[in-house]
Design a protein. Structure first.
Lengths: 297, 235
């Protein structure tokens, strides 16, 4: 493989990995606080894409404004899903919440089929993302580059919130020990809502960038990216924000490289992700950066 | 300041508190002693709203707080240094202390209180960047107390602060409890170390399997024959 094409694949891998990371963080943060795998997270990602789609189509908003509106509305939907579906089960056995999450996922997918229709819709890709840029002879789509820049901006913002603000300190306290966090005067319900809002908002960013990449959307588009991001979160160590980031990039790069180096295996691309999941569960179930988490009763 | 009346708490079928009543007047040290499983921690956890009561009343500054969420009770001025320290092991000493002041917004006086806690526990200052999980048991206890103080509580609940500490450190902790009290804070103290607790307490209650069986001033209880036999290890 030539140096140029290696670099091209690498940049594709990093950009895909960034999208996985954006989604994986939501899984990981919610798990860190509630010990719940929010299986509806991939569908929240789908909603993020649709909101931006309609923002541009019906309200003729510029792409960046659609993105912001989508982040805000999707964050709000995330909070509503928690309050409506998961909060009533906070003291129930964890399996109930897990099954409910699967139910919410099916509900959103089917709601999407009814409301948006099953036919894929073409997603508008703004011109600045539609150019070919050449860096030292390596030709890449400008979207690949900008997608990474946008991802990086939101990740920096996220890390700032989690590690530099009081709210972030509260989030870290709640995820370590919810009961003692209450004793600190932390309103745990509020922290949980903020967590869902942040996770869902990042999923919306991922959804919009994903939609521009392909560039089409359908109500079931969240299933595979959601599963992959879940695998990325487990790979990095579910519950850890840094782990989700690492897992996302590793999975994205590995997937693209597999296809690049062994094109004959490209049909197994999705299976490959699951192979990674099985391996990590066998070798290091806590994930790369994960620590043993105490199971909450 | 705190008035508990006829408090009943159940854990499933277990009747852990069978109608206790106690009174914590302002600026005093009140102690609650009793054997393992008597219900001491349950009492404190019910006051802070971590455990729900079935029946009874808990009034703080004449306001009924039973049924309030825990964070609201903390905002009202009650803090707890819980049993088993419960520091956040993955956070630094400084972050733990800041969590104690989480709901406060008066940033400049938070800084002052931080200095005050460091003065009480100089070891915490030396270790402020260290992860709390790497502190020794005694240091973690200091952190738990310091963290509770960071909320500037009117009422401080302490659940066995001397547990697992070396004798010298136990003495130090009790001195600090007295010092905090002299600064005007009210304290409800739970102790296995009944003798030391009764010595510094203005008033004490003896709890036995969910009932208060005896009460009196610290001195009275120290001289009581039953207390001597059951809790002070004297014949
Ligand atoms: N979460 C719980 N579920 C069921 N039973 C509980 C629970 N917590 C406490 N109990 C029971 O309630 C009773 C009182 O417990 P509590 O922790 O209040 O005792 P304690 O006086 O603090 O004892 P110790 O000195 O050992 O700390 C015990 O019989 C205990 O087994
Ligand atoms: Mg106890």
């Amino acid at each position: 493989m030539s140096w140029e094409s290696f670099f091209q694949n690498l940049s594709n891998g990093i950009s895909l990995g960034g999208l996985y990371a954006l989604i994986a963080i939501g899984y990981s943060m919610v798990y860190g606080i509630l010990r719940l795998i929010n299986f509806a997270h991939g569908d929240i990602f789908m909603l993020g894409a649709y909101i931006a789609f309609y923002g541009m189509l019906i309200f003729s908003l510029p792409w960046w404004l659609s993105l912001i509106v989508s982040i805000i509305l999707t964050a709000f939907i995330g909070i509503l899903i928690d309050k409506g579906a998961y909060k009533p089960l906070r003291n129930a056995p964890r399996i109930s919440a897990l099954i409910t999450a699967i139910g919410v996922s099916f509900f959103l997918e089917n709601l999407g089929l009814v409301v948006f229709g099953g036919r894929p819709k073409g997603f508008y890709r703004p011109h600045i993302f539609d150019e070919i840029i050449t860096i030292k002879g390596v030709r890449i789509l400008s979207l690949t580059f900008y997608s990474l820049v946008i991802t990086a901006i939101f990740l920096v913002l996220l890390f700032y919130i989690v590690y530099r603000t009081k709210t972030g300190l509260g989030m870290r306290a709640v995820s370590t020990d919810m009961e003692t966090a209450r004793l600190m005067g932390i309103d745990v319900d509020k922290i949980i809502s903020i967590t869902f809002a942040i996770g869902s908002g990042l999923a919306a960013v991922g959804g919009v960038l994903w939609a521009m990449k392909y560039p089409q959307i359908n109500p079931l588009m969240g299933i595979f990216p959601g599963l992959k991001a879940f695998i990325a979160a487990v790979l990095g160590g579910i519950g850890s924000v840094g782990g989700a980031l690492l897992g996302g990039f590793i999975l994205g790069i590995a997937e693209i490289m597999l296809v690049a180096f062994m094109p004959q295996l490209s049909g197994y691309r999705d299976a490959f992700a699951f192979l990674i999941l099985i391996l990590i569960l066998l070798v290091k179930p806590t994930g790369l950066l994960g620590v043993e988490v105490k199971e909450k009763a | 300041m705190l008035k508990i009346e006829d408090l009943h708490v159940f854990y499933g079928g277990i009747h852990a508190l069978k109608g206790i009543s106690l009174h914590v007047p302002k600026s005093k040290i009140i102690t609650l002693i009793g054997a393992n499983g008597a219900g001491k921690s349950t009492t404190l956890r019910t006051i802070t709203g971590l455990v729900k009561a079935k029946k009874g009343s808990i009034k703080f500054l004449d306001e009924e707080i039973l049924g309030y969420p825990a964070h609201k009770i903390v905002h009202m001025g009650i803090a707890m240094a819980p049993e088993g320290r419960k520091v956040f092991p993955n956070l630094s000493v400084l972050e733990n202390l800041k969590l104690g002041a989480y709901f406060r917004t008066d940033e400049s006086s938070i800084e002052k209180d931080l200095d005050w806690v460091y003065e009480l526990f100089p070891r915490l200052k030396e270790r402020k960047k260290q992860k709390a999980g790497t502190l020794s048991g005694g240091e973690q206890q200091m952190l738990a107390v310091g963290r509770a103080l960071m909320s500037k509580p009117d009422l401080l609940l302490m659940d066995e602060p001397s547990l697992g500490l070396a004798p010298l450190l136990v003495k130090e902790i009790f001195e600090i409890v007295q010092q905090i009290n002299e600064e005007g804070r009210t304290i409800l103290l739970i102790e296995q170390n009944a003798k030391a607790a009764l010595k510094i307490a203005h008033y004490g209650y003896v709890l036995e399997t969910g009932r208060i069986i005896l009460e009196g001033t610290g001195q009275e209880l120290l001289n009581n024959e039953d207390v001597k036999k059951a809790y002070l290890g004297e014949a």
